[in-house]
Design a binder for this molecule. Sequence first.
Ligand code: PEP
Ligand code: MN
Length: 281
Amino acid sequence: MSDLKLVGKQHRDHKSVIKVGNELVGAKELCFIAGPCAVESAEQLDEIAKGISELGVKFMRGGAYKPRTSPYAFQGLKKEGLKLLKDASDRYGVKIVTEVLDTTLIEEVYPYADILQVGSRNAKNYSFLKELGKIDKPILLKRGMSSTINEWLLAAEYILMGGNENVILCERGIRTFDTSVRNTMDIAAIPLVKELSHLPIIADPSQGTGQRSLVTPLSLASIAAGADGVMIEVHNEPEEALSDGFQSMYLNTMGDMIKVLRAQAEHSGRTLNLTKEPQTV
Ligand code: PEP
Ligand code: MN
C-alpha cells in the first residue's frame, strides 16, 4: 500500500471533504444522487428532474454518453443529452453528475457537469485518468468491475498526481462467480477504503446489484457501513428505459426510499443532504 502517497491517510482522522459548488461531499451530510441511467428525451428528463427535485434531491445523474457492452445498444444522446441535462439543471436547480467516456470528450462534457463520472470500464485507463488530473472539477471514480481495492485506490492516485484532489470514490459492485446478481456489491470495501484513504466514498447499489428490489436494502447497508452517500438510478417508466430499466427505481417510490435512508443516516450520526425535510415515515 506504500504507493498510496496522495490518496492514503496521513493520520487517523484525515478525511477530505470535496466541494461541489456550495455543496460538500464527505462531510456530515450524505450526498444523494438520483436520476436515469441514460438521458433519453426532454420529456423523460424533465419528469424525472421535476420529481426528484420536489423531494429535495440536489444531485441528478444521467448519462449522455453511455458505455454499452453491445455496440448496437443505445449509446446515449451525446451532446444533445448534455444540453438536456443543463436545461434540467437550470429549471430545477439540480447539480449534474454525468459520465465522460474518454479523453477526447473531457472538454465537451466539462461545462455541463458539476461532477464528472468515470465509469467502471475506464478504471484502468491510465492515460485518461492522468488527463482528469489536469481539470479542476470533482471526479466520481467508479471501481473497476475487476479492480482490487488497491488497484482502485491507485487509479485515484493517478488523478491526484495530476493535481486534481477532488475525487469521490464509488463502489459499484464487482464480478464474482455468482451470476444470480449482475454484480456483487462489496460492502466491506466501504469501511476498508475509509481505513486506507481520506477520500470520500459513495455507493451505487443500482449497478451494484442490477435489481430494483435490492437497491434500497443495499443503500441502507452502504450507509450503515459508513458511505458518504449513494447514487441510484430512477426512471419515470422503467419498463420503457433504453438502459438499465430493471435496476431503476420507480419515480413514485423515491419518497419512501428517501425517508428510510434518512432514518438510517441519522442512526449513523449523519443526515441526507436535501433541500427539504422529507415527510416522516
Ligand atoms: C452507470 O452509472 O450507468 C454506469 C454505466 O456505471 P458503471 O460504470 O459502474 O457500470
Ligand atoms: Mn446504468
